[in-house]
Design a protein around this ligand. Structure first.
Ligand code: HSE
Length: 295
């Protein structure tokens, strides 16, 4: 049975709201096989929808429809390592698994560009789905139909510490708290920093990242929904992080640290516990430069 490997993703990267995202070396795997019936199960103890409401199945059905076919059934076996509703791209991983898996079953009729477009249409924004498909850091503009994107591989020696709380924050709630309008000044504040972020990350001008990940479009509002968030940022910077930002819609905080910053995760966890933030765990990842692939 073909097995798909789909990376977790971290979107926004501070100022690049709905535009920047990168892939991490944490993977869901999904076994995909043709079937006349819907036959869905977990390979682990994480409960997933086993009927037509399963997001992998829905996305596979969307691709079939685009190709003029009807999807009646599918056999899926999911291993879910990406934590759900935490800002690490778990729903994008499902969308991408459904699209890439269904495309393979039909003999790969759609191109990579088609898949990037379709995934963004399903999710509504491209900053998790595009890096999940492509790997690396992806800069993307979604015009409502097509995604105009650039993928760049990251070779800089960095670790990404995901500081994950023990509570969920649904993306809809984290989007509902955002203002409908912003000032011209705040728009300039963000666009200059978003541009600075990817250029600095890719050229190794890492001392810029702290300024580059500041933003005025979403993080100040979302912080109010994430108890302890400000302290988590402070702790990450105390231990030498280049940058700390809310990963995607949150509630995970992502800290970027140098490879040479030994025991970064352990130091952050120790300080969190000391501050009474015992519900937060810290997990270190590296960039995934490959994106979704069959194993
Ligand atoms: N750009 C999205 C957001 C990512 O911040 O709402 C979460 O899906």
């Amino acid at each position: 049975m073909p097995v798909l490997n789909i990376p977790a993703t971290s979107a926004n990267l501070g100022a690049g709201f709905d535009a920047l995202g990168l892939a991490l070396d944490l993977y869901n795997t999904v076994e995909v096989e043709e079937s006349d019936v819907i036959d869905i199960a977990s390979n682990d103890d994480i409960a997933v929808p086993t009927d037509e409401s399963n997001l992998i199945f829905i996305s596979a059905g969307d691709l079939y429809r685009v190709c003029g076919r009807e999807l009646k059934g599918l056999r899926l076996r999911q291993t879910n390592r990406i934590p759900m509703t935490r800002g690490l791209g778990s729903s994008s991983a499902c969308i991408v698994a459904g699209l890439v898996g269904a495309n393979r079953l039909l003999g790969d009729p759609l191109t990579t560009d088609d898949l990037v477009d379709l995934a963004a249409q399903i999710e509504g924004h491209p900053d998790n789905t595009a890096p999940a498909l492509l790997g690396g850091i992806v800069t993307a503009v979604f015009d409502g139909r097509k995604v105009h994107w650039v993928k760049q591989e990251v070779r800089t020696k960095l670790k990404f510490a995901a500081i994950i709380p023990d509570f969920e924050l649904p993306t809809e709630k984290a989007r509902a708290c955002l203002p409908k309008e912003v000032t011209h000044k705040d728009a300039v504040y963000n666009l200059s920093r978003a541009a600075l972020f990817s250029a600095s990350l890719l050229t190794g001008k890492l001392e810029n990242l702290r300024t580059a990940c500041h933003d005025r479009l979403h993080q100040p509002y979302r912080m109010e929904l994430i108890p302890g968030c400000r302290e988590v940022f402070d702790i990450a910077y105390t231990h030498g992080a280049y940058a700390a930002y809310i990963s995607g819609a949150g509630p995970t905080v992502m800290a970027i640290a140098d490879e040479s910053n030994e025991f970064f995760a352990g130091k952050v966890k120790f300080s969190l516990d000391n501050a009474g933030l015992t519900g937060w765990t810290v997990h270190e990842f590296r960039i995934d430069n490959e994106g979704t692939r069959f194993l």
